[in-house]
Design a protein around this ligand. Structure first.
Ligand code: PEP
Length: 256
């Protein structure tokens, strides 16, 4: 069954104390009633992951993910973090191909494919991000761009693999800009992705794959986005740094 999911991407934010305070606040605000059937994931900076996992070890409502992993298991890649390292911390998932990584660190659909493989081989779910730039949106061929990201990043993965892959449609022009895709714009793309998934993996499998929306999703617009039939949840950046806002978004997902 397709899961409702809300994932918070903390990016390169918070000091150690701020991170642990935020976890403490989330632990008390994300109650059973708020979370319901929603899968909640937080992705703190990698240096804090171990302590965050320990803090949440008895908490059934909040899963923990990393923001990236390397293509290799280990080796001479100074500063990088591998999927086996993340798995050894008992993490649940890893974000792959966030647009900031594509933009600033040269990630491509091909490198994302390798990273998704690394995640799955290490029993981590992969949250694979796709989405068009403003130029691509304006040019009108955004759907081709998004479906190429799907086809190339997911090349070679099976229907079973898709049990552990979550897609996140994040229009680059809406990330951190305060400009959100309208529910209709987001739904149009999500429906296109869903149709592609049906063609690629078959109807039954495609119906089980969660596709999240990300891009300036806030408490004020979450409910109308989550009311769209093909939007299964959200990948939340800025608003995930506030326990109150993130909790309100989770609540909106649970209630939609
Ligand atoms: C993100 O970085 O994944 C994101 C959606 O950011 P924001 O919510 O701040 O636009």
């Amino acid at each position: 069954m397709r899961r409702k999911i809300v994932a918070g991407n903390w990016k390169m934010n918070t000091t150690y104390n701020e991170a642990m305070d935020l976890v403490a606040e989330l632990k008390s605000s994300l109650t059973e009633e708020v979370v319901g059937e929603t899968g909640v994931i937080i992705t703190p900076p990698s240096v804090f992951l171990s302590d965050v996992v320990n803090e949440l070890v008895d908490n059934p409502f909040i899963a923990v993910a990393a923001q990236n992993c390397h293509e290799q298991d280990n080796g001479a890649y100074t500063g990088e973090i591998s999927a086996p390292m993340l798995a050894s911390l008992d993490l649940d998932a890893v974000i792959i191909g966030h647009s900031e990584r594509r933009q600033y660190f040269g990630e491509t659909n091909a490198s994302c494919k390798v990273k998704i493989g690394q995640a799955l081989n290490n029993e981590l779910a992969a949250i694979y991000c796709i989405g068009e730039t403003l130029e691509e949106r304006k040019s009108g061929n955004y759907m081709d761009v998004i479906l190429s990201q799907c086809a190339e990043g997911l090349e070679g993965f099976s229907e079973e693999d898709m049990d552990n892959i979550i897609l996140a449609y994040e229009p680059v022009w809406a990330i951190g800009t305060g400009e959100t895709a309208s529910p209709e714009q987001a739904q149009e793309v999500h429906a296109g992705i869903r149709a592609w998934l049906v063609e690629r993996f078959g109807g039954e499998a495609a119906q089980d794959i969660s596709v999240l929306y990300g891009g300036s999703c806030k408490p004020g617009n979450a409910a109308e986005l989550f009311a769209q039939p093909d939007i299964d949840g959200g990948l939340i950046g800025g608003a995930s740094l506030s326990a109150a806002d993130f909790t309100a978004i989770v609540k909106a997902r649970t209630e939609a």
